[in-house]
Design a protein around this ligand. Structure first.
Ligand code: PMP
Length: 379
């Protein structure tokens, strides 16, 4: 059987990872400024994480959600404390898309509506609120089975307000920082107005923090810069540091009942162990503070590159927009300078490194980028 060919691949086989570095089969070291789509939060193969997972693996990987699982309780308690949402409840899933699907379901159960507002260039996984952020003409979007999704410009509160006033919008879903769409940070006053408008018409506000959450922005959730408290918050990616786990943080206005939501694998023993280890390390090693410190440093230094048209982001979620396509720059960074980066569309390089990135790592990257951009100009 061959693989269903949906991913363009770099011809490198990563065999090992430590902290902010990865190593290919030949043992060549790479600086990892991508963390496998923002997934690596505490760093590759952290010894505490490895030890906890190994121990759990030797005992129990999984049982079903029909028996008491104290690891789920421990995770919920630690996540509540770390995020400042102790009064919310946690529903565990396996991915970001599943977290968003469940958030949308909960919202529609809550107010009986089916219209959803999302934003241009947003990405919420392969879900009911998916939007096309690719140039592939074969992809028809939006994909919105069951939900009727309206899209507005990020920041256009006037149009959103107008639509909300029909009193038929189930939910507004918005990323803490748009990731796939190009690292766009919503203005705090826009988020505050959105939150107030939603409250006034019974619309559920869903903050998708799948990419921008878990300390990456320098706060636990990016929306906390605006001081708002959404009704539902979806998480995944950095939550398990590579182990697939996601969840929805649910405000006390939602009432649980048996059978309302459900999943086979969500909240397995191994997944919870991974997620607990991540929270323990985030706290013990002050990685959120580190993300802010190194992120601020990178943002400041990157502004000095005249070749970069615009730098956007918060903490270790950074977008570098160029006038020209960035494919060649990324290739040179990877194959010549051994640096992994991400992309958004054709002109934006996306940096999503592990939150343990050091100043030394940042300087190494800046030096290598300098070299590549110089050769770019000469070429
Ligand atoms: N929401 C956002 C903001 C994302 O960036 C992604 C993944 N890129 C998802 C949801 C979907 O997550 P998953 O791939 O785990 O389903």
């Amino acid at each position: 059987m061959k693989l269903f060919d949906v991913y363009p691949l770099f011809n490198i086989e990563i065999a090992k990872g430590i902290g902010c570095r990865t190593y290919d089969k030949q043992g060549i070291e790479y600086l990892d400024l991508y963390g496998g789509h923002a997934v690596i939060s505490i760093g590759h193969s952290h010894p505490y994480y490895v030890q906890k997972l190994t121990h759990q693996l030797e005992n129990l990987v999984f049982y079903s959600n029909s028996v008491l699982n104290n690891l789920q309780l421990e995770l919920a308690e630690k996540l509540g404390k770390a995020s400042g949402y102790e009064d919310y409840s946690l529903f565990l899933t396996n991915s970001g898309a599943e977290a968003n699907e469940n958030a949308l379901k909960l919202a529609s159960f809550h107010n009986g509506r089916s219209k959803v507002i999302a934003f241009n260039k947003s990405f919420h996984g392969r879900t009911s609120a998916a939007v096309r952020v690719t140039n592939n003409p074969k992809i028809v979007a939006p994909i919105n089975e069951g939900f009727d999704v309206e899209f507005y410009e990020l920041g256009d509160i006037k149009s959103v307000r107008k639509s909300l006033q029909n009193n038929d919008v189930c939910a507004v879903i918005i990323e803490g920082i748009q990731g796939v769409g190009g690292i766009r940070v919503p203005e705090s006053n826009f988020l505050q107005a959105l939150s107030a408008e939603c409250k006034s018409v019974g619309t559920v506000l869903i903050l998708d923090e799948v990419q921008s959450g878990y300390g990456r922005s320098g706060k636990f959730f990016a929306h906390q810069y605006a001081g708002i408290r959404p009704d539902l918050i979806s998480v995944a990616k950095g939550m398990g540091n590579g182990f697939p786990v996601g969840g929805v943080l649910i405000s006390p206005i939602f009432e649980a009942s048996y059978g309302l939501l459900g999943t086979t694998f969500g909240g397995s023993h191994l997944a919870c162990t991974a997620a607990i280890a991540v929270l323990d390390i985030l706290k013990a090693e002050h990685l959120m503070e580190n993300a802010k410190k190194i992120g601020d440093y990178l943002l400041e230094e990157l502004k000095k590159f005249p070749q970069i048209k615009e730098i956007r982001g918060l903490g270790l979620m950074i977008g570098m927009e160029f006038e020209q396509p960035i494919a060649e720059i990324r290739k040179k960074l990877l194959y010549e300078k051994k640096v992994f980066t991400g992309a958004s569309g054709s002109n934006i390089i996306r940096l999503l490194p592990p939150l343990c990135m050091s100043k030394n790592d940042a300087d190494l990257f800046l030096d290598r980028l300098k070299d590549v951009l110089k050769t770019e100009i000469i070429a």
